[in-house]
Design a protein around this ligand. Structure first.
Ligand SMILES: NC(=O)C1=CN([C@@H]2O[C@H](COP(=O)(O)OP(=O)(O)OC[C@H]3O[C@@H](n4cnc5c(N)ncnc54)[C@H](O)[C@@H]3O)[C@@H](O)[C@H]2O)C=CC1
Ligand SMILES: CC(=O)C(=O)O
Ligand SMILES: [Mg+2]
Length: 603
């Protein structure tokens, strides 16, 4: 009823795991013949019906047999499965890249089929198009490069961006993911090669939020790199210069934001994998002027908070007990500080602004206290005073092991980007935790950068822990029929819903309360029974469902916050009159789902 008018190419109510036989509205195409076959958006490969082949000048350009969408799907899955079989026993990275290649080739050729296989097999394919394999793709991007995807703005383009933005062929863009490649996952500065991250994030937008892939735009802002290995690499495809700094840097980001806003005033920009100083600076600079958010600071915070509230429930305690949880956060970067900031807001709401939460923050130099020289301003609110830690026998720069042994935390949460920092000694110290169900969150990506593996966590910290990691691990067989459940604490459970809710509300800006609504929605999604079993987040198989819920929660809060300006033909008044159920239905009705629509040629 409230579906927003757009090319009916495949705008269909979500019907996962079924091949709908419904008739779909036609899609207008301005090309003919071979041009259509070479356009992944319209291409159906051997799936063009004979009438369409006639209409579009395709007769003779394809083998005569028409293969149905269902059959094409099965054929692709069969070739994927034989790749899996044929590469069994080979090196993990080799296998992962081979899987990425076969998916990427389909993406380049036939987007409708690509997104269908992705959506229907998201659990299998997310680790390929997203973390961890996307990290490997970034590391090898210049060598893997065959075709561009998205837009590349570089330092040399200063003064040209207003016109360059019009080089993007799509008329409309809803969702942009932007990186400067300066902190790609836990892999550091990867320069232009970081473009694979926006591509992977936007694939998740299509798969989870049903954002129309014709209206997404991955963007790389190449301001140079400080990665000497890349600068020395003859294959490197980015600018061969050190990173711009200070005002020079900001003027590039400013120009990009202005250019985007001039062409697509309602587009949402997600900042992704910026090094900490620019992550915070750009968020402060733009969040009141543009509809934007920083996923690493804000998306991650919401997902972590939902997990932290889940661990309180897993202990059989009331949510208000969150204010008493002792939480050790390892990593004082954009992600760690974002988590603590949101956790602090939650504690204030629950126990009042005078509440004194028991948060301990460590970085590469150990426990952060007020004694710390050159302390980052963003870390100041979480730095301990001497008075707070004296009784525990801790001091400035105390090691992680010492902190865990003395604090006996309920939760140990890693966002350090350093693989293995939760070593045997640290994990064993968690056995002395004051919690009946201690939690270990090893949230750094990709897999090799996780603070510990799932097996290590259950082995050393004990079988009663709750475990979560940023990249996927398999559940752990604990013997005697017991299974250690592995949660994936990854911002993928929130950013698609934040973007979707902001889009469909036509939000002017993204407020803290919209982000809080997203986190609360995720936190309340799991049943008590699931939480008791240590299941804090939904299975990735349900990501479309949780994203619709999160999107609806964000949208409703945008209305309450009076930042919703409406989307398409649905005005802000109509949005404000929708019940909770109607909002959810509106969101679901606007989620794109891939089907072949009849193509009609127009000059
Ligand atoms: N699971 C998820 O959804 C997300 C995970 N992440 C991951 O978090 C990690 C960090 O990201 P950012 O905060 O943006 O990076 P960042 O570079 O801003 O911060 C890293 C922090 O870790 C600290 N650190 C480094 N070595 C350490 C050590 N040995 N012990 C303790 N602390 C140490 C640094 O001092 C710094 O404070 C990355 O691996 C990233 O992939 C980030 C966002 C979302
Ligand atoms: C998941 C994510 O955004 C990161 O690791 O940076
Ligand atoms: Mg990120």
């Amino acid at each position: 009823m409230w579906r927003v008018a757009r090319c009916a190419a495949a705008s269909l109510r979500q019907s996962p795991r079924r091949f709908s036989t419904a008739i779909h509205g036609p899609c207008i195409v301005h090309k003919r013949g071979a041009d259509i076959l070479h356009d992944p958006w319209f291409n159906k490969d051997t799936g063009f019906p004979l009438t369409e082949r006639d209409r579009l000048g395709l007769r003779g350009l394809l083998p005569p047999r028409v293969i149905s969408f269902e059959h094409q799907y099965v054929r692709f899955m069969e070739s994927y499965q034989s790749l899996e079989k044929n590469t069994r026993g080979q090196h993990d990275n080799f296998v992962s890249l081979a899987k990425w290649r076969i998916l990427n080739r389909l993406h380049d050729r036939n987007e409708t089929l690509y997104y269908r296989v992705l959506i229907d097999n998201i659990k299998n394919f997310a680790p390929i198009i997203y973390t961890p394999t996307v990290g490997l793709v970034c590391q090898n991007y210049s060598g893997l490069f065959r075709r561009p995807r998205g837009m590349y703005f570089c330092a040399r383009d200063k003064g040209e961006m207003m016109s360059m933005i019009h080089n993007w062929p799509a008329q409309e863009v809803d969702m942009i993911v932007l990186t400067d490649g300066s902190r790609i996952l836990g892999l550091g500065d990867l320069g232009v090669q970081g473009i694979a991250i926006p591509i992977g994030k936007l694939d998740m937008y299509v798969a989870a939020a049903g954002i129309n892939p014709q209206r997404i735009l991955p963007v790389m802002l190449d301001v140079g790199t400080n990665n000497q290995k890349l600068l020395d690499d003859p294959l490197y495809l980015g600018l061969r210069q050190p990173r711009l700094e200070g005002e020079e840097y900001l003027s590039i980001v400013d120009e990009f934001m202005e250019a985007v806003h001039a062409r697509w005033p309602k587009a949402i920009v997600q900042f992704e994998d910026f090094q900490m100083k620019w992550a915070f600076e750009t968020l402060d600079r733009y969040r009141k002027r543009f509809c934007m958010f920083n996923d690493d600071i804000q998306g991650t915070a919401g997902v972590a908070l939902a997990g932290l509230l889940g661990t309180v429930r897993a202990q059989g305690r009331p949510l208000a007990d969150f204010a008493n949880q002792k939480i050790v956060v390892v990593g004082a970067g954009s992600a760690g500080l974002g988590v603590l900031k949101m956790a602090l807001q939650a504690v204030s709401r629950m126990a009042g602004p005078q509440a004194d939460p028991h948060f301990f923050l460590l970085d590469k130099d150990g426990l952060i206290t007020k004694e710390r020289k050159d302390i980052d301003p963003a870390a100041v609110p979480f730095a301990k005073t001497q008075g707070e830690i004296k009784g525990l026998g801790l001091s400035e720069g105390a090691s992680l092991t010492e902190v865990v042994k003395k604090v006996k935390p309920h939760v140990l949460l890693g966002l350090s980007g350093v693989g293995g920092v939760f070593n045997e000694e640290v994990l064993k110290a968690m056995r002395e935790s004051d919690s009946t169900k201690p939690a270990v969150f090893a949230m750094s990506n990709p897999t090799a950068n996780a603070e510990c593996t799932a097996i290590e966590a259950f082995k050393h910290a004990g079988e009663d822990i709750v475990f979560a990691s940023g990249s996927p691990f398999s559940d752990v067989n604990l013997g005697n029929g017991k299974i250690g459940h592995v949660n994936q604490a990854n911002n993928m459970y929130l950013f698609p819903g934040i973007g979707l809710g902001a889009l469909l509300s036509g939000a002017r800006i993204i407020t803290d309360r919209m982000l809080q609504a997203a986190a609360e929605c995720l936190a309340s999604y799991m049943t008590d029974e699931e939480i008791r079993r240590g299941v804090l987040y939904p299975s990735i198989d349900s990501i479309r469902d949780i994203t619709a819920e999160v999107g609806a929660a964000v949208l409703r809060t945008a209305v309450v916050e009076e930042v919703a300006e409406g989307h398409g033909e649905v005005g802000s008044k109509e949005l404000s009159h929708m019940s909770k159920e109607e909002t959810l239905q509106y969101v679901k009705d606007n989620m794109w789902y891939p089907v072949y629509s009849p193509l009609v040629h127009e000059k």
